[in-house]
Design a protein around this ligand. Sequence first.
Ligand code: EPU
Length: 288
Amino acid sequence: MKEAEPLASRTSFGIGGPAEFFLELARPEAIENAIQDCCERDIPYLLLGAGTNLLVADRGVEGLVVRVVNREHEVDGTRVRAGAGLKMMRLARIVADANLRGFEFAIGVPGTVGGAVYQDAGCWGRELREVLVEAEGFVPGKGRLTWTPLALKLGYRTSALRDGDLSGALVVSATVQLQRGDGEEARQLMARLTRERNETQPIKTKNCGSVFKNPTGDSAGRLVQAAGLKGAREGAAVVSSLHGNFIVNEGGATAVEVRRLIERVMAEVKRRFGIQLEPEVEMVGRWK
Ligand code: EPU
């Protein structure tokens, strides 16, 4: 257990203050004990994955921040079970090497398997829920459970873990159902998709992926562009000139700057088009 552990370097944004306490372990059981303890002692805790969809407050996070880094995987016929700490991009390559198809979209998902379950991550119009068979997790007070996709209430960038009755539960592993196919074709498709993503998203910068959810039938990036907000800036936080739904930390941006920019974009899009954008990025920590 570390104290006052910096979190900025553990997020893709590179922003945020320290965790009051920090624990990173590969054994889920040890993490489960820690969060069980937190619940019994009324200590707040935050479950961290790869930190790719997160804006951590400048004053950091109260209580315990835990990160489970179990990265095992198991291929059983056309089913693949993966530890929550494995990166989705890594799993996409493992799946292709096992001559399975249907998981190529994961090459565009920067986070972990656990994070992908937490918010039904996806890319190129495909989402995890389309292939997820079950996920294993831990609920404080109840122990280990296996959840069906139905119990997880997966939907576009949401789930019962993120927004519902499973809030605070730990994802331990996920099992996906794929189809037999040609691994080389899967690799070629992933290479093409990655090239496309390189051209349309500022992936080499410090960012949190899409800042806003796409409103039904429209695109947040298109709306931000139409509102003339590409290049809008608060300190070192800038709306990407490549993709309007990305905010880039040009170096040394604070969480407050990013938040101010988010609020400015929301207000301007609302004023111009009457559309209320909803942040996709999760804001955590001590904001007040
Ligand atoms: N567009 C603009 N201007 C921009 C950006 C986009 O006009 O600045 C237009 C594009 O031309 C296109 C439409 O908006 O017609 C949609 O844009 P894009 O294809 O780039 O996809 P997106 O809807 O912005 C979604 C996901 C991304 C995912 C891509 C890949 C959301 C919020 N975002 O983006 O996911 O990588 O599709 O297809 O659903 C993430 O969730 O963090 C993420 C990056």
